[in-house]
Design a protein around this ligand. Sequence first.
Ligand code: THU
Length: 160
Amino acid sequence: MADKKYIINYQEFSSPEEMSPQDQELVAAALDAQKGSYSPYSHFQVGAALKLENGLVVKGANQENAAYPSGLCAERTAMFHAGAAYPDVPFDTLAIAGSDHGVLCESPASPCGACRQVMAEYQKKHGKPFNIILVGSKRIRKFFKVDDVLPFIFDSLKME
Ligand code: THU
């Protein structure tokens, strides 16, 4: 038996102004993407902005449905759009912002497990890590690879 530790490196900012101009732009794009949220059931508006390695920014927003499981999270709408429209372009950074009844959450909304699993698939597909920025009004967190939001990723039927 061995006791082990899993260390996650991330940065925390108290406002977008502390971030690089490129990241500030993406945070603004994620906030703007919230306008596309269709959330008549939860009233939780989530926007996602996914910057691709070629500089393109693909936006997504949560889309709900009267049959609840038929809806989709903001991050997945953005990632699936990018996967479908730009299949060969790796991801650079995914920014996500969530608001409750129109008010940006103080602590950033954290992606659900299914979205993390989808992030893991694209990281594997493109063979390189990408950044994830979670935007809150009091705190913004930046992670540098999907492993840091989804430790011990399941990404293959071949288990080692
Ligand atoms: N939601 C997202 O779009 N992304 C997240 O990271 C968390 C949750 C959506 C799903 C649903 O439309 C609403 O937020 C409430 O769960």
